[in-house]
Design a protein around this ligand. Sequence first.
Ligand SMILES: *[C@@H]1O[C@H](CO)[C@@H](O)[C@H](O)[C@H]1NC(C)=O
Ligand SMILES: *[C@@H]1O[C@H](CO)[C@@H](O)[C@H](O)[C@H]1NC(C)=O
Ligand SMILES: *[C@@H]1O[C@H](CO)[C@@H](O)[C@H](O)[C@H]1NC(C)=O
Ligand SMILES: *[C@@H]1O[C@H](CO)[C@@H](O)[C@H](O)[C@H]1NC(C)=O
Ligand SMILES: *[C@@H]1O[C@H](CO)[C@@H](O)[C@H](O)[C@H]1NC(C)=O
Ligand SMILES: *[C@@H]1O[C@H](CO)[C@@H](O)[C@H](O)[C@H]1NC(C)=O
Length: 697
Amino acid sequence: MGLLLLLTSMLLSSYFHPWRVVNAQMFMIRDITLSIEPSIDVIRDTNVTLRCQATVSSSGLEALSREYIIYKDSKTIYTKTSSTSEDLLYPLSEVRVFNTGKYTCKVKIEGKQMTSGARKLTVTGLSKPVLHLNKVVVSEGEEITAKCTAPGETGSIFFYFYEDSTEIQEQQVLSNQAEAKLRLSSVGVHKLHCAYTVLITPDSFKSEESNTVTVSVKELPIAAVLEILPQSPKIYEGDQLFISCTVRNALHTFKSIHLYLSQGNKLLSRGDTKVNHSSVALAKDPGDFECRLEMGDVVKIDTKTISVTELFSVPTLTMSPAAVFQKEYLKLTCKSESSASERLNRDELIYTLDPPGGPLIRKGPGIFSGNALLYDFNYTCVAQAKGIVKQSETLTVRPKVSVSTPKISVVGRAVLGQPFKILCQSDIGSLPINYTLLMGYDQLSTIVVKQPFQQALFTVNIPKPDEISKYMCEAKNRQREAPLSKRLNATVIVPLTHPILTVIPHPPEISEGDDLYLICGVKGSPPVSFKWYRVGNKHPLYTTTSIKNNTDYQVHSLSKEHSGVYYCEAVNHANNVVRSNSVTIEVRLALWKKVVIGGFSLLAVSVLVVVCVLCFRSKRGKREAAAELSVKPSSPKSDDSLTVNLTHDTEVYNAATGAAPLYDGMEGRGTNGARDSVASLPVDISNRSSYSIPATV
Ligand SMILES: *[C@@H]1O[C@H](CO)[C@@H](O)[C@H](O)[C@H]1NC(C)=O
Ligand SMILES: *[C@@H]1O[C@H](CO)[C@@H](O)[C@H](O)[C@H]1NC(C)=O
Ligand SMILES: *[C@@H]1O[C@H](CO)[C@@H](O)[C@H](O)[C@H]1NC(C)=O
Ligand SMILES: *[C@@H]1O[C@H](CO)[C@@H](O)[C@H](O)[C@H]1NC(C)=O
Ligand SMILES: *[C@@H]1O[C@H](CO)[C@@H](O)[C@H](O)[C@H]1NC(C)=O
Ligand SMILES: *[C@@H]1O[C@H](CO)[C@@H](O)[C@H](O)[C@H]1NC(C)=O
């Protein structure tokens, strides 16, 4: 109980002890600098000091507890807490290249902190490496232990080992020495050295070369032996070859031995003490043989090259004739150009055709003939002698197809007097095909079609429509046959000429109420498009297309307003527009109007005559009244007639030709009745130029 009380009182007293209370002092970190002494660029082994100087202002006298941190390349390398205001000194004794880097210093006081600017220390100079070997005399395949040391260096170091100036090994270690197991490449004297690099990211610094150590590698007596039989200088295809690969001087060896026998890249056999191989010599195989012995790391090789002479060359297969048509006779010849006559009799060479049982029959040594098939066929030939078989390249026989009877046609339209194209084409037939255009039996020109898309197009120009049917063409793709087409059957379009506008009734006799027919006729091929115009109107009065080469336009019940100048235009597939003569039409008064006017005129004259007569009579009567009191009426003489000529001036009519109206074969737009009436018109109206009216008054 007493102990507990004592403890409690101790705790309380310590808690309330005056120096434990945190002094509420004010302070401020003014500045912090890092300096490197004696210099920022030093050589190795210099004693360098990093000085961290913090300037702090505070309100009290009591020293504040300061925590210093020194960083190298952002990594903390040193921390220290001090309660004095003295500079922090961090010694780097006997610096190495590894010490190169950027240093900063940080100070922390009661939660406040400040970091200095960075200073870069550069250390130059690496120590010379030292190479040490466990042996300087070794036998083939034996290992050497090499040790390379970088005296006094620290950090991350790469060590390199060199054999005769060639780098053979590399090691990265975190110490200043590395050990390597080296195996030298060949028998003889080799010079070894080493070097190292110190890694200071991102740079690295390379040392000078170490001392050179000379090593002798002694040859082992063991050897690989390759033997090829027969040993004759000339080996022919088909000769039996015996090849052996053996070990010599294998005494005193306890390691296991492996033997490999290969030809080119092909491994023939492998074994432990002796390897045999037997094969037939072939000209196509490579002649390089290799016997390889492997014992641990020791490799011994023996090689030999043989050259194999061909017994006979690869056969060639040829066809005659060079091109053949379906079902035609052909001959294939198979032949080896050269053969080793000292070893092989020509008769011993047997030629066969592959596939066997094809359509061709053997006709002699290497000669096969028969008729070509209808389709492509692949042949190869095989030559063999003394167990050697050689095959020719494949020959594809492509039987040609005879050309079919060509068809002749016009491309587009054939227009008289204008150039147009004639196409001659066969549906089947192997190319090239010679197409020849004929006129009658004269050959005009030939076109050789070599490509599938090519066409035989001939340009011609004919002077007369019926000449078109004289054209024929022939197609030829083999010497003997040349099928001939039919005659060219095509319509020749004759361009339009001689356009004539004919008017019915004849112009001087056109009266009000008549039906007018404007007949437009041309010479040339139908169908023809016609247009009728009246001078002064921009647009045609009427447009029509006819399969005949003339047609009409009707105007019913003419009136004075229809007077005017008319013409027509025509065009057909030859696309030349032709324009007719102009016709002037003047519509005269109707017959009844003339009659009425004539009647009135007569009446007026009659009245005038009667009045005159009466006047004369009355004067005479007055004079004779006394003598004669009775008056007798008078009547006109029976032959007393009056002729009134109502003919107008002659109209311009059919100015272009002055010919009679063209009206043959007209097919008008009217009914049959209308056509009949038109047809009879010329007769009916032929004598209407004048009227005689008897004076019946
Ligand atoms: C560097 O300091 C070591 C002791 O840490 C001392 O032995 C050595 O002589 C000094 N070297 C130089 C060059 O002052
Ligand atoms: C190799 O061939 C020889 C004869 O040339 C024969 O005596 C020997 O047994 C053969 N060895 C093997 C491993 O086949
Ligand atoms: C012929 O051989 C060629 C290749 O060489 C092949 O492409 C073709 O299809 C063969 N023709 C026939 C008819 O077998
Ligand atoms: C086709 O014409 C060419 C040249 O005009 C000629 O050499 C060739 O023999 C002709 N071919 C045939 C099958 O007539
Ligand atoms: C010409 O061709 C037409 C049809 O295009 C045919 O009616 C006529 O019979 C052919 N004439 C000849 C002589 O083949
Ligand atoms: C056009 O018509 C006239 C009369 O009907 C006729 O003589 C002539 O042959 C026709 N054809 C051609 C192409 O002119």
